[in-house]
Design a protein. Structure first.
Length: 45
């Protein structure tokens, strides 16, 4: 499911990378508002 979703995002935004963030069950950090982000692709080949 995530792979298909990230594929659709990559087609729409080819210069960006989809990132899905989830908190671990036992983590002490506070909850975050957004779990899905799209960042710029700064990789160099």
């Amino acid at each position: 499911r995530r792979q298909a979703e990230s594929g659709r995002i990559r087609e729409k935004y080819p210069d960006r990378v989809p990132v899905i963030v989830e908190k671990a069950e036992r983590s002490d950090i506070p909850d975050i508002d957004k779990k899905k982000l799209v960042t710029f692709d700064h990789t160099k080949v």
